[in-house]
Write a protein that binds this ligand. Structure first.
Ligand SMILES: [Zn+2]
Length: 402
């Protein structure tokens, strides 16, 4: 009990779960699986919990275990082997710093495009010329579930209890709290499944959903795409800027468990007090900062403390002051790398604006204001400072400007 089990299908691992208990129950087994020609059934039953669906190629793990490229039967591995090899299959296993997710295969790219097309073209009910926020708020909530490695599908009662208060607090003031609408109508987005209840023309009432034990959530494909951190950051940025522009992003993202996506630096944002407080610390070594102080010094010296956005240098009694800003944040959920190509030298004001997504950097290095898209400045770049576009792009995604 407590062991972890991976599920294999068609050369992939498709889910993991924890074994909560083992038991024999012939009647239950017959009811669930029936019997074979000899009247035998599969009476050894495992009760599972913490089920997480994913989709990763099985080959790297099978090869590491010396099993060839095809899994034929139940295979047991020791806890030590599991610890050593888990990162090969488990997307939620800790990854090394600076490890980007692998480039998506062709099929995934297609799915990703489809998901983003659907997110961009959400049909939202217009309420007194203002678009309703029911669907976008629900989508953020559902993305929050994926980010927390929860199951994509959820029972109506849970949905009602969790999404209802969000609609009340973040919906248009004049719109009613009707969680059954997004539960049902998000199907038209092509991103959403509803199980347990048939389409009978009119949308089902709350009591019908409860009686049918209906469940809803992202479609398998959409969930697969949005479980990836890059796509997730882009999707959150897109939903917030396209549909929830006048909602406090930090507040709504915090409520759905996505607080880290409200700023470029990630979790541990502290409302702007004590900037160093935001630098994540390794668990167990509370005094050890993850960022390399040499790199911080290096970027500041390179620019002589002049802000790469506005060019100003903050003067102190004996010297100057500037801040090293990670473009793709070091903290959760961004997991950006601590390297020079992911750093900027900024004045405190522009550091906050960059971090809180008020400004972003375009492909041509123009620094634009996110609220209007207007060019404020041109980013100043030292000849020896190579800035990786992929990090700038990640930050733009958070800004809803991929
Ligand atoms: Zn500045």
């Amino acid at each position: 009990m407590g062991d972890e089990v991976l599920f294999y299908a068609e050369k992939k691992f498709v889910a993991k779960a924890r074994i909560l208990g083992l038991f024999h129950n012939q009647d239950l087994a017959k009811a669930v699986w029936g019997v074979d020609r000899d009247e035998h059934t599969w009476e050894h039953i495992m009760a599972l919990g913490d089920i997480v669906e994913f989709d990763v190629p099985a080959k790297p793990l099978l090869e590491a275990l010396g099993l060839g490229d095809f899994l034929r039967s139940l295979t047991l591995v020791s806890a030590e082997t599991r610890g050593r090899l888990l990162h090969l299959v488990d997307p939620s296993a800790p990854v090394g710093q600076g490890t980007d997710e692998p480039p998506p295969s062709g099929g995934t790219t297609m799915r990703r495009d489809g998901v983003f097309r659907a997110l961009s073209n959400l049909k939202v009910h217009i309420n007194d010329r203002r678009p309703s926020r029911h669907k976008p708020i629900t989508l953020l909530w559902a993305i929050g579930r994926l980010a927390a490695h929860q199951d994509r599908m959820v029972r109506w009662e849970t949905f009602r209890d969790e999404v209802g208060p969000l609609l009340r607090d973040f919906g248009l003031p004049e719109s009613r709290v009707t969680p059954e609408y997004p539960f049902w109508h998000l199907r038209s987005s092509g991103l959403w499944d509803v199980y347990g209840i048939e389409d009978q023309g009119a949308p089902p009432t709350q009591s019908k959903l409860a009686a049918a034990r209906a469940t809803a959530g992202f479609s398998r494909d959409a969930a697969k795409v949005l479980r990836r951190s890059l796509a997730r950051a882009d999707a959150i940025g897109l939903i917030c800027s396209r549909y929830l522009d006048d909602v406090d992003r930090e507040e709504v993202l915090e409520r759905v468990g996505l607080a880290g996506y409200a700023s470029a630096s990630g979790e541990l944002a502290d409302g702007g007090n004590g900037r160093e407080g935001r630098v994540p610390r390794r668990p167990g070594t509370s005094s050890q900062l993850e960022r390399d102080p040499l790199l911080v010094e290096c970027i500041k010296v390179m620019y002589g403390h002049a802000c790469q956005v506005c060019g100003s240098r903050v003067e102190t009694r004996y010297s100057h002051y500037s801040e090293a800003a990670h473009i793709r944040g070091l903290g959760r959920p961004h997991h950006g790398p601590d390297q020079l190509s992911n750093l900027l030298c900024l004045c405190p004001n522009h550091h906050v604006e960059f971090d809180r997504l008020a400004i972003y950097i375009d492909e041509d290095w123009a620094v634009r204001r996110n609220s209007t898209g207007a060019v404020d400045y041109q980013l100043k770049r030292h000849a020896d400072h190579v800035i990786e576009q992929k990090y700038i792009r990640y930050h733009r995604g958070l800004c809803g400007r991929p």
